[in-house]
Design a protein around this ligand. Structure first.
Ligand SMILES: [Zn+2]
Length: 252
C-alpha cells in the first residue's frame, strides 16, 4: 500500500519559529528546521518586495526612520542556548555554517561549510543530522560529494516541481510549493485528490518564518494555520519531517 507524505521545511532558525512550532504541535504535524550553526543569535532585518524578503540589513545598521520606505520584518536567529528547547521533537537539518552560496565556494570551503554544520548540529541536538537545504537554492550539482562525505542523505533545492514523486536524486529534492505562492491551496488540493497508484507520494512545503510576519495576502500567519489545519484533517496523509518521509519511503 503506497503512502502520501507531507512535510514542512523551514530555514534559518528564526525567532518566528517559536510560534511555528506551537502551531505545528497543536495540529500534530512534523517539520524539518534547517539551521546555520555559525549564526545563532544573529540579527538582521528583511526588507520586503512583493512577497519575498529581498534585502537584508544587519540590526546594528538598521534605521527605523526608513521603515516606511520598504516594509521590514525581523530576521532574528534564535540564540544557541535556546535552540534545543525550541525545536524539541522536530528534525534538525543543516544549511551550512554561515549561510554561504555554495556555488561560489572553493571545494575546501564547501566541504567545511557542510561537514562542520552537520557535526555541530548533530552534537548540539543529539540527533544524527541527515538533511540539508542549499542556501539561496544554489550549488546543488557542485556539492554532492561533500554532502555524501558528511553523511547527508537528502538535500532540498529551491526549485518547484509539479508532480508529487519522491526525487530520483534525493540530494536534489525539489519543493512542491513555497507557502507564499498564489497556488498554495490549489497545489494542496491536487495532492489531496491524487491517489498513490504505483509509488509513495511526497508534498514538501517550504517557508521562512519571517515571511509570515509580512501579513500580505499570500504570506501571513493565518494562511500558515489554515494550511496546517487542512493537512492535519486528512487521515490518509502522513504528516512528518522530511527525514522521516525519506526513511519510511526507503524502508529504513
Ligand atoms: Zn536560508
Amino acid at each position: 500500500m503506497y503512502k502520501k507524505y507531507f512535510a514542512w521545511s523551514f530555514d534559518d532558525g528564526l525567532e518566528q519559529d517559536k510560534r511555528i512550532v506551537e502551531v505545528l504541535r497543536k495540529h500534530g504535524l512534523g517539520a524539518t528546521f534547517h539551521l546555520n550553526s555559525g549564526l545563532f543569535g544573529d540579527k538582521t532585518y528583511e526588507g520586503r518586495i512583493g512577497n519575498l524578503g529581498m534585502t537584508e540589513t544587519p540590526a546594528a545598521l538598521f534605521d527605523p526612520s526608513k521603515w516606511h520606505l520598504l516594509p521590514y520584518v525581523p530576521h532574528f536567529r534564535i540564540p544557541e542556548d535556546e535552540v534545543r528547547d525550541v525545536y524539541k521533537g522536530f528534525e534538525i537539518a543543516a544549511h551550512t555554517c554561515t549561510h554561504v552560496n555554495l556555488s561560489r565556494c572553493s571545494e575546501g570551503e564547501r566541504r567545511a561549510q557542510i561537514a562542520d554544520d552537520v557535526a555541530v548540529l548533530s552534537e548540539l541536538f543529539g540527533q544524527k543530522v541527515e538533511g540539508f537545504a542549499y542556501p539561496y537554492g544554489a550549488g546543488a550539482r557542485k556539492s554532492a560529494d561533500a554532502l555524501r562525505a558528511a553523511g547527508v542523505r537528502y538535500a532540498r533545492t529551491a526549485h518547484t516541481e509539479e508532480g508529487f514523486r519522491f526525487p530520483s536524486d534525493s540530494l536534489q529534492t525539489p519543493i512542491s510549493c513555497w507557502h507564499i505562492s498564489k497556488k498554495t491551496f490549489r497545489r494542496l488540493n491536487q495532492f489531496f485528490e491524487v491517489e498513490p497508484a504505483d509509488d509513495d507520494l511526497f508534498f514538501l512545503m517550504f517557508a521562512h518564518g519571517y515571511e509570515f510576519d509580512f501579513g500580505t495576502k499570500e504570506s501571513n500567519w493565518d494562511k500558515f494555520e489554515r494550511i496546517c489545519a487542512a493537512v492535519a484533517a486528512r487521515d490518509d496523509i502522513v504528516c512528518c519531517s522530511m527525514g522521516e518521509a525519506f526513511r519510511r519511503h526507503e524502508g529504513r
